[in-house]
Design a protein. Structure first.
Length: 208
């Protein structure tokens, strides 16, 4: 009898696309509001864009597990569908990328890499599926890494750590310089609060 799990997925590459395009749509929304003298239309346009970005990023993955294999099927959407995933034999799985013991990022075989990246939505099914995968780790000699360990094995970690450290210093210098010459600006502080702590956290994770 197959075991079934339902996971809500947010594909990282699509989220990054949304993050980089959002400022453009914010600017367009501002222009619309100025041109037609209606903040309501501007807000409606922005709400539609945010909904489309969510719909673009999210996916619902149905997983069926039998004794020897995993079948992964995307729930069909009207648009922005994900590519189909071939059935995976447990014996073909070489590496699982697992962060914080709860976020399954990737399943890697000799032939390809299956990107998962489950969210905290419907986390119980994700936990059960991860637990099910762990049952096969010793049996099939599957390697378990987190994202930083995978990054390190590729030889990128030291360079990334140096770049991240350099970026932290530059951003702090820019923030201090702007404060000295232009005075305290709330938007500068907001950027500092949003970006700097995250970069420092990455530094600590890479160092560890």
């Amino acid at each position: 009898m197959n075991e079934e799990y339902k996971l809500t997925i947010f594909r990282q590459s699509r989220i990054i696309t949304c993050v980089f395009t959002l400022p453009i749509f914010l600017f367009i929304a501002l222009i619309i509001g100025v041109e037609i003298h209606s903040i309501t239309i501007s807000l409606i346009f922005l709400a539609m864009i945010l909904f489309l970005m969510y719909y673009f990023s999210v996916g619902h993955l149905n997983i069926a597990v039998d004794k020897n294999a995993v079948a992964l099927t995307w729930k069909k959407k009207l648009i922005f569908n994900y590519k189909p995933i071939s059935k995976i034999e447990f014996r073909d799985i070489k590496v699982i990328i697992l962060d914080d013991n709860q976020f399954l990022r990737k399943i890697k075989t000799d032939k390809n890499t299956i990107y998962i990246n489950n969210s905290k939505i419907k986390s119980k099914d994700a936990e059960k599926f991860i637990s099910r995968l762990k049952n096969e780790i010793k049996l099939y000699d599957i390697k378990v890494l987190d994202s930083w360990q995978e990054f390190s094995e590729k030889g990128y970690l030291r360079k990334a750590y140096l770049i991240n450290s350099f970026l932290t210093i530059i951003l702090m210098i820019v923030f201090i310089t702007l404060t000295i010459f232009k005075g305290f600006q709330p938007y500068s502080l907001s950027i500092f609060i949003l970006i700097i702590p995250q970069i420092i956290l990455y530094n600590k994770q890479m160092k560890r």
